[in-house]
Design a binder for this molecule. Structure first.
Ligand SMILES: Nc1ncnc2c1ncn2[C@@H]1O[C@H](COP(=O)(O)OP(=O)(O)O)[C@@H](O)[C@H]1O
Ligand SMILES: [Mg+2]
Length: 300
């Protein structure tokens, strides 16, 4: 597969890194091993070369972490992930399907795999270390443990807006994992979150640092905007531009909506999962700014 890799150095020392991913009988791949850069990875390829397949494999691998977090679903190997091959005029499924990976979590090497052996079988986890580690994190939420930020976004997100609003563990840090691997863009969830935070600000007159961080991240990414907020009069999330124009979120172009929602979503997860890292929020903003910078390189 002609993947072109670009390397960009990111600031900070990520907690969780997937170093290698091996996919067997997964979508179009009979057997492929991909090595990732420890920094930012961009995968470029022709249509139908397997970029989405690779991302979905990565999602199965990384979401094994959620097997140890209550109420957060993990992504199993699904029926349409099973590799299909033609034999004469027939179409056959290939087994076993396997997603294996190795990575580093908190400077420790870890290997794990998920496997599906037949159409009626369930996805099994080989090596439960990743699950046990997540369970440990879950137990330590009241301590200064840094929780890994995990989020997956699909190109289909704009057409698959989620209606579900039920919050995982209301009030807990772990709500930062809510819908982390759902391909849908969680616009309603984000709106509700902004609304609650703005209301809390009006009530307590105390600046909420989580809200500030998310606002900053969005403003820095969308160069021409000065603020994002829930407008009580309009009853919607709005973007305010430097020239004073105010546009409701759902009236923005699909591209801007997507980029804004992704940035806000990542920033929201960062501050919710790790509220104790206040002083590092500058790093987060710079990182998100770079991601925004990439969009501009490719699409302007
Ligand atoms: N279960 C499957 N078995 C075999 N091939 C598949 C399966 N699912 C998808 N494909 C094929 O895999 C190829 C890569 O698809 P995809 O990952 O969506 O490409 P990209 O994202 O690079 O455009 C496509 O030709 C697609 O038809
Ligand atoms: Mg694709």
């Amino acid at each position: 597969m002609p993947y072109l890799k670009k390397r960009v150095t990111l600031i900070g020392n990520p907690l969780m890194k997937i170093e290698q991913l091996n996919l067997k009988n997964f979508r179009c791949f009979e057997n492929i091993t991909i090595e990732f850069s420890p920094h930012f990875n961009i995968i470029i390829g022709n249509n139908a070369s397997g970029k989405t397949a690779l991302l979905r494999g990565g999602c199965v691998a990384i979401s094994s972490f959620f097997l140890g977090i209550d109420e957060v679903p993990s992504r199993p190997i699904q029926r349409d992930d099973i590799r299909l091959v033609n034999y004469e005029n027939a179409i056959e499924y290939c087994f076993p399907v396997e997603v294996a990976c190795c990575g580093t979590i908190e400077n420790e090497k870890l290997e794990w795999a998920r496997q599906l052996t037949g159409k009626k079988a369930r996805t099994k986890l080989q090596n439960t270390e990743i699950k046990n580690l997540a369970k440990r994190y879950q137990q330590q939420v009241t301590e200064h443990v840094d929780l890994p930020v995990i989020a997956y976004f699909s190109a289909r997100r704009i057409w698959e807006q989620s209606e579900k609003l039920n919050l995982v563990k209301k009030g807990s840090r772990l709500r930062g994992y809510h819908n982390a691997i759902a391909p849908a863009l969680n616009y309603k969830f984000l709106t509700e979150w902004f609304k609650t935070k703005e209301m809390a600000f009006l009530q307590t007159q105390t600046r909420n640092f989580e809200l500030q961080i998310v606002k900053q991240a969005v403003s820095q990414c969308i160069g021409m905007s000065s603020d994002i907020y829930y407008d009580i009069d309009i009853g919607a999330l709005v973007l305010k531009f430097f020239d004073g124009k105010i546009i409701p979120f759902n009236r923005l172009s699909d591209g801007i909506q997507n980029m804004m929602a992704i940035v806000a979503d990542i920033a929201y997860r960062c501050v919710t999962l790790n509220p104790h890292l206040k002083e590092k929020s500058v790093v987060l903003n710079r990182m998100l700014n770079r991601i925004g910078g990439f969009e501009q390189i490719y699409f302007t």
